[in-house]
Design a binder for this molecule. Structure first.
Ligand code: NAD
Length: 286
């Protein structure tokens, strides 16, 4: 019998603590405020931004949405991010990705002040992760690590395999597992004989975007599986892992939906509150 790693209990635990921290900041005169910049009218981005604003509202975090037209040029976007970075009333900034072409994401992200980078996507913050310092961690990998710890998955000395090498999930997740003393292998689209690698892993993180590509037969008995994939199929939402066969092998497995997806927004809230606390300092902001 495997333990199903649902996101909800982790989120409940986080929410209790987060509400208390937002209140404590308010008493110090700091209104935790997230500015969300959205460019264009991508329907998925609209939904994601709405979810983030709802999560803010539940915790008493002020959210400000800045919606720029799809034909916004690079300079206008960067000026907007510069202005928010300089605005004392804003404690965190998020640029909703992807940006419409031809806008350049990495260049734009550099215009978010590092101490307000709520998503942790700014290259400086990723660099801090490599150096083992204290930057903002990207939300989805931070959620994955929180989930593994919450369910008591042993990490030190274990073999972890991360499938996927994106800048927002795979690569930072691999670094974070390394920082937890796992022996980490990163697999990707050019990896040969994936099964030989996954079948030796104690922890498998699947972040690919291909429905049910990881089968139970590819896994080691008693492993922990974190399914990050979100794939819309005619049969509904599916992860990257075939849950039915994988759950017969794994000791721990996260479901889709109801697993990591719930953690990402909760970790964004965690980042936003962390940044406000750092900005406030021990004596308070004002
Ligand atoms: P991406 O498209 O940027 O990266 C996918 C990665 O998968 C690439 O690095 C590629 O090399 C690798 N890959 C492709 N085919 C492969 C194969 N056959 N074998 C091994 N590796 C292969 O995707 P992403 O942004 O990292 O997202 C991955 C998945 O996670 C998507 O389904 C996405 O929707 C989901 N996601 C979920 C959350 C969440 O909150 N739950 C957050 C971000 C992304």
């Amino acid at each position: 019998m495997s333990t199903i790693m649902y996101g909800a209990p982790c989120v409940d635990q986080l929410t209790l603590d987060q509400s208390r921290r937002v209140e404590a900041l308010r008493e110090k005169g700091v209104n935790v405020t997230l500015a969300v910049v959205r460019v264009g009218d991508d329907p998925a981005s609209e939904v994601y931004v709405r979810n983030k604003k709802n999560a803010c509202a539940k915790l008493g975090i002020v959210s400000r949405e800045i919606h720029l037209p799809g034909d916004t040029d690079q300079e206008t976007l960067e000026n907007c991010l510069d202005a928010l970075s300089a605005d004392d009333g804003v404690t965190g900034i998020l640029l909703q990705l992807p940006l419409p072409a031809p806008l350049k994401e990495q260049e734009a992200l550099l215009h978010i002040a590092p101490e307000k980078d709520a998503d942790g996507f700014r290259s400086g913050n990723c660099g801090t992760l490599i150096a083992g310092g204290e930057g903002t961690l990207p939300c989805t990998p931070r959620g994955i690590l929180y989930m593994l710890k919450y369910y008591g998955v042993e990490m030190t000395g274990k073999r972890a395999v991360v499938i996927g090498r994106s800048a927002i999930v795979g690569k930072p997740c691999a670094l974070m597992l390394l920082n937890e003393n796992c022996t980490v292998t990163v697999c990707h689209s050019k990896t040969q004989n994936l099964e030989a690698i996954t079948s030796e892993a104690d922890i498998v993180v699947a972040a690919v975007g291909k429905a049910e590509m990881i089968k139970g037969s590819m896994l080691k008995e008693g492993c922990a599986v974190v399914d990050v994939g979100i794939n819309r199929t005619p049969e509904g939402l599916k992860g990257d892992v075939e849950f039915e066969s994988a759950s017969k092998k794994a000791a721990f497995i996260s479901p889709v939906p109801g697993g990591v997806g719930k953690m990402t927004v909760a970790m964004l809230m965690e980042n936003v509150i962390d940044l406000a606390e750092k900005g406030a300092g021990p004596a308070g902001r004002k």
